[in-house]
Design a protein around this ligand. Structure first.
Ligand code: SF4
Length: 228
């Protein structure tokens, strides 16, 4: 797949949040920062300096560039932990660990993505993490069973298993994002509660599209969100 036809890993998360937001950012090149994106950026700045260090049996690699030619994806992993492992394979003979330059033994990759806020009801964060794992699998020739999401508000990690369902969802979303970018057409807004925290709200103006019913629905959502 050519460089022009690769899409950013973050586009998958944007698409699951709202296809229109994905098109505004990745087709029209619009980006507006609000409180939520600024908080997320600050969290990422701590891990976005490319580097690595080894603590006992874990090597930490930050800001690792990722690519998948198969899925046409590119991006940067916040952090990939490499856990020391006795052998390159698991009990089924599946390759799960690699050699690292300048270090003895075998190391099992484990991606960790940093997010602001709390764990969410939708699967956008999990899909973004799984997409990172699919890139690493292709780049390193290994199978990665799981990774973790770290949330700024809870200061906790939650483990994510890259099972068949999540892998299939991730590949499906990647295909849909490619189709969206190929068509180059921004879909109309669909008003949801997510609009309240959307960084592109002022650009999108969803309440102005779709006539009076749409405006009523938007006002109702806003009032519900404010607990009125
Ligand atoms: S304001 Fe709502 S419809 Fe518009 S891009 Fe954001 S989430 Fe999507």
């Amino acid at each position: 797949m050519s460089e022009e036809s690769t899409v950013m890993l973050s586009a998958l998360q944007h698409y699951l949040f709202c296809p229109r937001q994905c098109a505004l950012i990745h087709v029209e090149g619009v980006w507006t920062e609000n409180f939520l994106t600024a908080a997320g950026r600050q969290l990422h700045e701590r891990v976005d300096r490319r580097g690595g260090e080894t603590r006992r049996d874990v090597h930490l690699a930050t800001a690792l560039r990722l690519v998948s030619n198969r899925l046409g994806l590119t991006g940067v992993a916040d952090m990939v932990e490499f856990h020391r492992h006795d052998s390159p394979t698991d009990e089924k003979g599946c390759c799960i660990a690699v050699k690292l330059s300048g270090r003895n033994g075998f190391w099992r990759p484990f991606p960790v993505e940093y997010k602001r806020g709390f764990p969410k009801a939708h699967r956008a964060d999990e899909v973004q993490l799984c997409a990172q794992a699919l890139c690493l699998e292709e780049m390193l020739g290994v199978t990665i069973a799981s990774g973790a999401l770290f949330y700024g508000e809870t200061r906790r990690r939650s483990n994510v298993a890259f099972d068949a369902e999540l892998r299939s969802l991730t590949e499906d979303v990647a295909a849909k994002v490619h189709e969206l970018l190929r068509l180059g057409k921004t879909p109309p807004p669909v008003i949801t509660k997510g609009c309240r925290g959307c960084s592109l709200f002022e650009t999108c103006r969803p309440e102005n599209v779709g006539g009076r019913d749409s405006t009523r629905r938007w006002i109702r959502n806003m009032l519900e969100g404010a607990g009125v």
